[in-house]
Design a protein around this ligand. Structure first.
Ligand SMILES: [Zn+2]
Length: 703
């Protein structure tokens, strides 16, 4: 008896070890109704109930998504095709209680939402994000997976995916469930482009653009040349690309009106969907830059909080300000470095980052780490009740971008380092060896790079764990940028949306810290009188406010659910900033820099010439600048007949100067009428600013 038991155990164990296998088979009998037919076959299942489930989150999405809602017609069978009872034990969980180690589950999948998270099945194409489509068996996460796609007959479709190819063009493998879930797959009438990029170690990687769009081959190829440029600029940030699994990186891109706007990063690919007609223009590239930067930052420079990714619930991380925010910063930076976005646009972005940090309630009240943790509720999450996000949440994308900007400019101005150097340090320490990081690791990397522990500790305490204001104006100066109030001296009531009617109805929550908020006004309240005058339109409201100054008190009468409130409201000044480049700040001082070039005097000798502006009629072409020219004899001989010349100027006073004794000073007055070339010369950037900008936003690839 004992012997027999042992023999059986051995027998079961060896069957499990030898035959454990997971296969998916996908076919498309009803694409016109947005359905696919999926078969999951698992063999070598341990002798206990088999639990199958749909995911509740998706690689790179942090909130929960209920993928179990879109599968039906679920059945199970054994190896011989005999039905097995399958019981739904939770919304998205199924159990096969009895089996012989082999279970085949069939189900229908519905999908009509092509983006970076869900599934789009259509007679024109198949667009699959794995967690949204594939049921999986619990406990077998580490088994390799094989998947076969059976394409509809009569269509010349191709398959784009980062799954490992096999000899059969419709069959692919994944080394485990985590990798499988990270492999979005696009099938359709795809337009392909391919190119190679080498790393400094000599290894060569193939890049592929698989484009679903109304395009021509030449348009696709031209667009791919642009994408290649972004790839090279990103490579230049880190010094190398990652070593892509199976030697390839694939851009799966849908640019057509039938998809939903999104972009999702993966280890060796990205799923991009842009709901516009494809035209190959530069402004269709931004999402490519952002998503591609992720193949370093988040896929390999990986927060420990996301590793491994939990597909059964939301995935909370305190590090999205870096994972998403720094990627946001670099996505835009790569666009300007590639020449696809103008410096002027970049400076506008800089202004947006500053306003995000300094003027949004979420950033003024909570740290980037805290805002990151809120992603479990905001990252494409769905809810029907109202939230107060406008007053307590700031996107970790733009907030993180603002931190990236602060750190980049601080490294440049204080340490002769750049954020590129910091990203390289993170890559070497965490990305390349794939050692997931924590926030203390990020602080250590900054301390190591700057060789300044107290700076790193202070920066993280203030701006990562804390939410202190950052002095951007200090660090923007060397880049030739000025931080200015967007609407100085203009009375301001606060940000809110309104509708006109019987009174002015506030239709958005009022914003924390604004006059309207402090006065107690909030969404759905109706403003009836301002300053004693009845108002029924937003335009009237604005007109009354505009007649005041910041600091004035005004009376406001509003009703809240029929209760009348009379309040005194102290008007403020709009706190919004704008970033103004040096080139746009041309003023008297800068226009008159031209006079530093110029004046000379005949007779040579020991003369010192000084010029000082004493008046101007304006700073535009045709305005007159009046200035004083003082001529000092610094030698020890008296000079006579000193003739002063100043190109473009009319000199009044005695010229030539009859006689100038040693140490004597002669003052003459000159006028100059401003020309276009003066203004152009005044806009000429100082060399230090040119150098700063070249290092910051200039091309980083060797042509
Ligand atoms: Zn992202």
């Amino acid at each position: 008896m004992k012997y027999i038991v042992f023999a059986c155990l051995f027998c079961v164990a060896s069957i499990c070890a030898m035959a454990q296998k997971i296969d998916y088979s996908v076919s498309f009998p009803h694409l016109e109704h947005h359905e696919a037919s999926i078969t999951l076959t698992v063999s070598g299942i341990p002798a206990e109930p088999a639990i199958f489930r749909m995911s509740r989150s998706s690689a790179g999405r942090y909130a929960t998504h209920e993928f179990g809602k879109n599968i039906y017609d679920i059945s199970a069978s054994d190896k011989d095709g005999h039905p097995l009872p399958i019981e739904r034990i939770d919304g998205d969980v199924y159990r096969v209680a009895r089996h012989n180690g082999f279970v085949r589950v069939n189900y229908t999948l519905f999908g009509n939402y092509a983006d970076g998270t869900y599934v789009g099945l259509d007679e024109t194409n198949v667009h699959i994000n794995m967690p949204g489509a594939f049921m999986w068996m619990k406990g077998l996460d580490n088994l390799p997976i094989t998947i076969s796609f059976h394409l509809p007959a009569g269509k010349a479709w191709t398959i784009a995916t980062q799954l490992k190819p096999t000899a059969d063009p419709g069959t692919f493998t994944a080394r485990n469930l985590q990798y499988f879930m990270d492999c979005p797959t696009k099938i359709g009438n795809l337009s392909w482009a391919k190119w190679n990029i080498s790393n400094p170690d000599g290894k060569n990687y193939e890049f592929r653009l698989a484009l679903e769009a109304n395009t021509t081959d030449s348009l696709t190829q031209a667009f791919a040349v642009k994408v290649k440029r972004i790839v090279q600029q990103a490579q230049a940030v880190f010094g190398e690309t990652p070593a892509y699994d199976y030697g390839t990186y694939t851009f799966l891109a849908s640019i057509n009106p039938f998809v939903k706007g999104d972009g999702m990063e993966h280890r060796n690919s990205t799923m991009i969907s842009t709901p516009r007609n494809f035209n190959g223009a530069d402004n269709q590239l931004g999402v490519f830059a952002h998503e591609f930067f992720h193949c370093w930052n988040v896929k390999r420079i990986r927060p420990k909080s996301l590793e491994p990714f939990n597909f059964e619930k939301s995935d909370m991380s305190s590090e999205l300000w870096l994972a998403e925010g720094f990627t946001q910063y670099y996505g835009q930076l790569l666009m300007v470095r590639s020449g696809f976005e103008t410096p002027a646009n970049w400076f506008n972005n800089v202004g947006s980052f500053v306003n995000t940090k300094e003027n949004t309630p979420g950033a003024r009240r909570f740290s980037p780490a805290e805002n990151s943790r809120h992603a479990v509720f905001v990252d494409a999450a769905v809810s029907i009740d109202k939230t107060n996000y406008g007053n307590m949440f700031t996107s970790y994308y733009t907030y993180g971008g603002a931190v990236a900007l602060a750190l980049d400019l601080t490294l440049r101005t204080q340490f002769h380092l750049t954020l590129d150097n910091y990203m390289q340090a993170l890559w070497k320490k965490h990305g390349k060896p794939e050692i997931p990081y924590t926030i203390p690791d990020l602080q250590n990397a900054l301390a190591g790079l700057t060789k300044d522990d107290s700076f790193a500790k202070d920066f993280f305490a203030r701006y990562v764990y804390g939410h202190e204001s950052f002095d951007y104006s200090n660090v923007l100066g060397p880049a030739g940028l000025q931080l200015q109030k967007a609407q100085p001296g203009v009375a301001w009531i606060g940000r809110a949306a309104y509708t006109d009617g019987k009174g002015v109805t506030v239709t958005s929550p009022t914003t924390w810290g604004t006059p309207l908020y402090e006065a107690g006004v909030d969404v759905d309240d109706v403003i009836n009188f301002v300053d004693g005058m009845p108002v029924s339109t937003q335009a009237e409201l604005n007109r009354i406010i505009a007649a005041h100054h910041p600091g004035d008190n005004i009376l406001l009468q509003y009703t809240h659910r029929d209760i009348v409130h009379n309040v005194s409201l102290r008007l403020g000044e709009n706190p919004a900033y704008k970033v103004v480049p040096f080139e746009e700040t041309v003023n008297v001082a800068s226009v008159t820099t031209w006079i530093a070039r110029g004046a000379t005097a005949t007779n040579g000798g020991m003369l010192k010439i000084n010029k000082t502006v004493i008046g101007t009629t304006g700073t535009t072409v045709g305005s007159t600048i009046t200035y004083n020219i003082s001529v000092t004899n610094t030698g020890n001989l008296t000079m006579t007949n000193v003739m002063l010349n100043d190109a473009g100027a009319t000199i009044t006073g005695t010229n030539p100067i009859v006689s100038l004794a040693p140490g004597a000073v002669a003052n003459l007055t000159a006028t100059h009428i401003i020309t276009q070339s003066d203004i152009d010369a005044a806009k000429e950037l100082p060399q230090a600013v040119k150098d700063f900008r070249a290092s910051w936003i200039g091309n980083k690839i060797r042509e």
